[in-house]
Design a protein around this ligand. Structure first.
Ligand code: URA
Ligand code: SF4
Length: 209
């Protein structure tokens, strides 16, 4: 059973977790990824409700930068957060899986979906981040995060934008992953998908403002 669980420090802090995760080799993805991409920022830059966003796994640019959501998905996320009235600097952003998984296609590295075993192996890091950060509002971006935290039967398409209670936060809101908007077949579909995403984030804005 591969799991990061034995690597979680006792009485974890953000710094301890980040350092320990940097050396994680609990699942095979440490070989495909350049580095562990941990959540950030440390602490809460502002007083007020604590908001945590959870994606799937770092992408190509995140893998190089060592920071979550700095590539195309991240730019779309920033745009949507701003449109919803949420300051990115106000939220903690992390991923369900901390290493980039990809398949080669020429010189391009194409995102590959993490397996259930990889998600399970990495989950102790996310659970520890949740215990340390203690979000008031938790936002699951896409099915990987939603199912890891809310259960295998959770359906984002059915329950997106609907606040639910959970052990992880007072309120959990699930929505689509920003990359699904980037994959929309045409500009019209993209615009509609972006608007629906912003609407889900407005639910979060209403809770925290
Ligand atoms: N997609 C994610 O889920 N997370 C990132 O950090 C970047 C893209
Ligand atoms: Fe460890 Fe997660 Fe990276 Fe796997 S993906 S090696 S569990 S940090």
């Amino acid at each position: 059973q591969t799991t990061a669980a034995p690597l979680i420090p006792e009485s974890p802090t953000y710094d301890k977790l980040r350092k320990a995760a940097a050396g994680c080799q609990a699942c095979p993805l440490w070989r495909t990824g350049t580095q562990t991409v941990f959540g950030e920022p440390e602490g809460q830059p502002r007083p007020g409700p604590r908001v945590m966003l959870v994606g799937e796994q770092p992408g190509d640019q995140e893998d190089r930068a060592g920071r979550p959501f700095v590539g195309p998905s991240g730019r779309l996320l920033d745009e949507a957060l701003e449109a919803a009235g949420i300051d990115r600097a106000q939220v903690y952003v992390t991923n369900t899986v901390k290493h980039f998984k990809w398949t080669g296609q020429g010189s391009r590295r194409i995102h590959a979906k993490p397996t259930t075993a990889e998600i399970r192996a990495c989950l102790p890091w996310l659970e520890a981040e949740l215990r340390v950060f203690r979000p008031d509002v938790l936002v699951c971006l896409g099915a990987t995060a939603a199912q890891a935290l809310l259960g295998k039967d959770f359906r984002v398409t059915q329950s997106r934008g609907q606040p639910v209670a959970s052990e992880w936060a007072r309120v959990v809101v699930a929505t689509v992953h920003p990359s699904s908007i980037l994959r929309a077949p045409d500009p019209r579909a993209r615009e509609a998908a972006l608007e629906a995403f912003i609407d889900d984030l407005r639910v979060v804005a209403r809770i925290i403002h």
